[in-house]
Design a protein around this ligand. Structure first.
Ligand code: C2E
Ligand code: MG
Ligand code: MG
Length: 465
């Protein structure tokens, strides 16, 4: 044989094998991190599941990096890639050698560890690994979690490799909505929750475009005189097929997408239009209160948005009150205090909503430009039956008075509750006892009928005035 052709065939032979190996390697490994791709991870996991003894469990942890896109938009492609590489390295160094680790798609990672659902030490280790990653790429001003993570177990949750990975990813999807960077264990039913969330998101978008939302109004009554001092505007959604959907269901879904800004525009615009019409008709109930979501307030342009809607549909700024839920204040004190001061320059009133559900310190409250404090329903319910609750409420009212804040009791349902609140010195009250939230026409009827009705609550003075 010609030596040249031997050399040629050897060269070709070697390069074919090598090429094949390179191809296989590339199919099985992510080029950026060297971690396994989905098919390779799944194959290897299938092998591992076959070895799980009856007294053991296999966990798969799924991590969704939520900040890759932000990293890219702020700092460019290199920064996004370096974040991804950093996560890969951190996983490799935080986990035992030969742990199965994969990267699937742009921002998802997974790893597999032998751990039982009930093994708390293993669960803590998993959380520690995830915590280390959540610190990568974090900036000082971050208020939202940078990743979400879920875990599922074989055989207690899933019966095969693909299902195990899918359930871990489903848990991570749910964690994104509710649990920050906590590794959320999979639960059956999560699938339905995610499907429902997705459907709601799509439908809220349509509902905004198709005018399916309306505002209802609930009166706010002066507990000494019985006068209606204002109305809280509450959003209602009547879905053409599902019927009424509660704000407690759709507001949190809207908060996780940009839809919440559309909802705020709608509620403020409707409330301003209503206030103007009532002002013109001479039946204005006083202050109109509109609820603000944390996600609204977080946006830089929120105060500008309020200002421009007020210019479009002007009312006296002091006639508008924005209700900001207490839970929000603790998330990022400085940001929200700054936003509230910006809003205050417009001249609108600010109220802290659901007060008592978190533990906002007196010192923080003092620094905020607030006008009113709405005491959460959980302190009002059954207050006449609980001495402790009465003491607590009395303290809240005294504290608010010191800060020159008007106190509003939320959710008064019984006459006895009203009597205790009057005795305590709470300024105003809202609740089913006086009136459930009503559509605008019915609310006007309510306003007309109230002076007579208020007598049945012992408000003689309101009648006379
Ligand atoms: P919230 O702002 O604290 O509103 C008071 C809630 O308590 C309303 O529920 C109201 O209907 C209800 N309520 C009033 N009196 C009573 C009572 O005596 N007993 C009981 N059990 N409940 C009473 P709703 O309308 O279902 O709204 C729930 C929450 O959804 C609101 O709590 C608010 O946080 C949010 N929400 C409602 N409308 C809007 C909106 O337009 N924008 C935003 N961002 N959030 C809204
Ligand atoms: Mg409210
Ligand atoms: Mg409230």
């Amino acid at each position: 044989m010609n030596p040249d052709s031997v050399a040629d065939s050897m060269k070709n032979g070697v390069s074919d094998v090598m090429l094949q190996q390179i191809l296989i390697y590339n199919q099985r490994h992510d080029p950026l991190t060297g971690l396994l791709t989905f098919p390779a991870f799944k194959d290897a996991l299938t092998g591992m599941l076959a070895d799980v003894r009856p007294d053991e469990e296999q966990a798969v942890v799924w991590i969704d990096l939520l900040n890759v896109r932000r990293e890219f938009s702020l700092w460019g492609w290199d920064a996004a890639e370096s974040l991804i590489r950093g996560v890969g390295l951190s996983l490799e160094s935080g986990l035992a050698r030969n742990t199965l680790i994969g990267r699937f798609g742009g921002r998802c990672f997974a790893f597999a560890v032998r751990a039982a659902k009930t093994d708390l030490a293993a669960r803590k280790h998993i959380q520690d690994v995830v915590d280390t990653i959540s610190r990568l790429g974090a900036h000082e001003l971050d208020t939202t979690p940078l990743l979400s993570a879920g875990v599922a177990f074989y055989p207690s949750d899933a019966s095969g490799a693909e299902e195990l990975i899918r359930f871990a990813s489903m848990a991570a999807g749910c964690a994104r909505h509710t649990h920050g960077a906590m590794v959320l264990p999979f639960q059956h039913g999560m699938n339905n929750v995610l499907v429902r969330h997705h459907k709601l998101e799509v439908e809220i978008g349509k509902a905004l475009a198709q005018d399916q939302f309306t505002m209802f109004y609930q009166p706010n009554v002066d507990l000494i005189t019985g006068k209606v001092l204002g109305a809280e505007a509450l959003m209602r959604w009547n879905h053409p097929e599902w019927g009424p959907v509660a704000p407690s269901e759709f507001i949190p879904v809207a908060e996780r997408s940009n839809l919440i800004h559309g909802l705020f525009d709608f509620s403020l615009r409707s409330a301003l239009k209503r206030a103007r019409a009532w002002n013109r008709a001479g039946i204005a109930p006083g202050i109109i209160a509109v609820n603000v979501s944390p996600a609204n307030l977080r946006r830089d342009d929120f105060p500008r948005r309020v200002r421009s809607l007020m210019e479009e549909l002007p009312i006296a700024p002091m006639q508008l009150e924005l209700e900001i839920t207490e839970s929000l204040l603790l998330d990022d004190e400085q940001l929200f205090a700054a936003r509230m001061r910006q809003l205050k320059t417009i001249g609108v009133r600010l109220a802290i909503d659901d007060f008592g559900t978190r533990y906002t310190g007196f010192n923080l409250l003092k620094r905020l430009p607030l006008d009113a404090m709405k005491i959460d329903r959980c302190f009002i319910r059954g207050i006449h039956r609980s001495e402790d609750m009465r003491v607590l409420c009395r303290t809240i009212v005294a504290m608010a008075r010191q800060m020159k804040l008007r106190t509003v009791a939320e959710g008064i349902e019984e006459m006895e509750e009203l009597e205790v609140l009057q005795e305590i010195g709470c300024d105003d009250g809202q609740g089913y006892l006086f009136q459930r939230p009503l559509p605008m026409g019915d609310f006007e009827d309510f306003l007309r009928a109230w002076p007579k009705r208020s007598v049945s609550f012992g408000f003689e003075i309101a009648q006379a005035s």
